[in-house]
Every structure is written in C-alpha cells, then in structure tokens.
Ligand binder design. Structure first.
Ligand code: FAD
Length: 295
C-alpha cells in the first residue's frame, strides 16, 4: 500500500467531479484519507506549481510485470491450461462450439478492446496512453516514495488529455505519465511531441527529474486502454441463443484505465454471476440491477 497524493489548482469544491469523487472516498472510509491543502509542502516538489488544494489516501500499488507473472504461475499451479488463439466474430454464435470443445460450463469473456467484435459492442474504443520509466534510487533526484498526481481542471488540459502522474512502480523504478488520446495507434516514441510535453509537465512538478536515468529494461511504454461508452461491463450475455436458450457467457470488459484496480471487484462479481447462472436463473442487465439498488 502506498500513499497517493492528489493536487489541484482550484479549491476542490470548485471542481464538481473531483469534489464528488473526494466525498465518496471519504464516505466509504478509504484508509489514510486526509484532506489538507498544505500537503504539497511535505514533498520535494515545485512549490510554485500553482497547487492550492489536495488530499491523500492509501492505495494499492502493483508492479504489473511481477503481478502478471504471479497470476500466470498461480493459475498454472491450479491446473489451468493456456491456449493462445484469435476468436473472430460474435461470441454468442460460437458459444455452443466453444463450450463443447473446452468441456466448459461457462465462458468468461474478458478481451478488452476485443469486446467491440466479440460482444458486438460498438461503444468500445481505445484510449492511448504512454509512460516513461526512470530509475528512482535517489542519486539523480530526491527519491519519490509516494504517488503524486496533479489533476488539473479538465477544461485546462491540453489536447493530450495529460495530467501529472508520478508513481513509484516498485522500490527502484518511478513511472511518469500520463496521456489520454482516443482512437490513436501505438506509434509513439520517446521523442513524440506529446511524450515530450508529458515529460516536461512532470519535470516542472518535481525538480531534478530532468536528470533522471531511464529504466534500462524499458524506458518507454505505451498501450491502449479498453474504454467503453457508458461504463465497465460486467454482465451476463442478455441475448438468447438462436435456439431460444439462455447464454452461458459472462462479459467483463471496458475497464479502461483501471483494469488492475477494478480486477478484484470484477472477479468477485463474475463469481456471483457464475453462481446465478449455475443456479439456472435468467440474466438481468447491469442497468436494471443498478436501478433496483437505487430504489
Ligand atoms: C499507459 C497506461 C497506464 C495504465 N495505468 C493503469 C493504472 O494505473 N491502474 C490500472 O488499474 N490500470 C491501468 N491501466 C489500464 C490497464 O492496463 C487495463 O485496464 C487492463 O490492461 C485491461 O485489461 P483487460 O484484460 O480487460 O484487457 P487487455 O489487457 O487488453 O487484455 C485483453 C486480452 O484479450 C485478447 N484478445 C482481444 N481480442 C481477442 C480475440 N478476438 N480473440 C482472442 N483474444 C483476444 C488480447 O490479446 C489480450 O490478451 C493503464 C493502461 C495504460 C495503457
């Protein structure tokens, strides 16, 4: 667990979305929550960066390379078989064949951007992101041990959708971000103008970062966040099969820029949906469930 600090260039009350988010964080009792407009003074950051308000809370930080290896070996040790293969077209039409082929009770569909094709969901789209990775050993700049995020007023963000996102990935490596660009291909380099601007934003916030050394393993990474029009979809397939029977597909895609954060909650929801399916209950839509909860 790491402390994550969120800095603002306005009083948080003046930014409705951020204010609502902060109240929710406080209300649900996230550990380590503290609102304190003087947090910026406790960090070796530029005191003239225009920060006027801030809060912090504890947050799980994951070294995703190590985590994915751990997940893989954990599943392998439980007897999972891994098959790498592309599936084309609507999953519903191939459901019976896939269930039979793998002798399976259900299909958990979690292909991220693949939801566009496999779930016939045209609201799925990629939001390009990139990160610079630098050595965080305290030699070239004061070691950063807490996450530092400057969420500028959305109206003031540049075309890159950029924020200042500085996060220790593990004890040695610091991540610098971020970018958010819809519907763009993975063709960035460390010299692309938007990547340079991203670096500059971080350098301005943490003096000394301009001298940082790149992570020798990967100084620059980029990826496509699998977003979806409305929200994440963790839901059973609502369409019936051509023979009128209930589908045995459970969707979990569209986690966007929070797939790791949401993975535990989504997995738990999938388990509940699987139990519902095994009990022979008909599927209900996420929207209907949300309305029901609001009532
Ligand atoms: C720069 C950047 C920073 C990020 N930072 C964070 C962060 O701080 N915290 C966080 O929680 N998340 C973060 N994310 C988001 C996170 O990486 C994603 O939400 C997550 O990877 C989505 O996981 P997924 O398994 O749903 O999709 P993916 O990781 O895209 O995996 C989908 C898989 O399905 C396979 N697939 C797709 N189509 C098909 C098909 N037709 N047939 C067979 N297989 C198919 C793909 O090959 C892939 O293996 C970040 C992303 C980026 C790009």
């Amino acid at each position: 667990m790491r402390m994550a600090n969120f800095f603002f260039d306005h009083a948080i009350e003046e930014i409705p979305d951020e204010y609502e988010k902060m109240l929710e964080i406080e209300a649900v009792g996230i550990r380590g929550f503290k609102r304190d407009s003087t947090l910026v003074q406790q960090h070796a950051v530029n005191q003239k960066a225009g920060v006027v308000d801030s809060y912090q809370h504890l947050s799980p930080a994951i070294d995703t390379d190590a985590y994915m290896n751990w997940l893989y070996t954990t599943l392998a040790s439980k007897g999972a078989q891994f098959v790498t293969e592309r599936i084309s077209g609507d999953l519903l039409e191939q459901e019976n064949a896939l269930l039979e082929r793998f002798d399976a009770h259900a299909i958990v569909h979690a292909t991220g951007l693949g939801g566009y094709e496999l779930a016939g969901d045209e609201s799925v789209y990629p939001l390009r992101g990139a990160l610079i990775r630098v050595v965080n050993d305290g030699t070239r700049f004061p070691k950063v041990t807490e996450a530092l995020v400057v969420a500028h007023d959305v109206a003031k963000r540049d075309d890159d959708g950029g924020i200042v996102f500085i996060v220790p990935r593990n004890d040695q490596i610091l991540i610098l971000g971020g970018l958010a660009q819809p519907n763009m291909p993975l063709d960035l380099t460390i010299d692309s103008p938007e990547v340079r601007r991203m670096r500059d934003r971080c350098n301005k916030f943490v003096p000394g970062l301009e001298n940082a050394e790149y992570d020798p393993e990967a100084g620059f990474v980029q990826g496509l966040r699998p977003f979806r029009g409305e929200n994440v979809r963790v839901e059973r397939e609502l369409r019936q099969k051509t023979d009128g029977s209930m589908s045995r597909i459970i969707h979990s895609y569209g986690q966007g820029g929070a797939g790791f954060t949401l993975s535990f909650g989504c997995a738990s929801d999938i388990l509940s949906l699987l139990e519902e399916l095994e009990a022979g209950k008909a599927p209900s839509s996420m929207k209907k469930m949300a309305q029901h909860l609001e009532l």
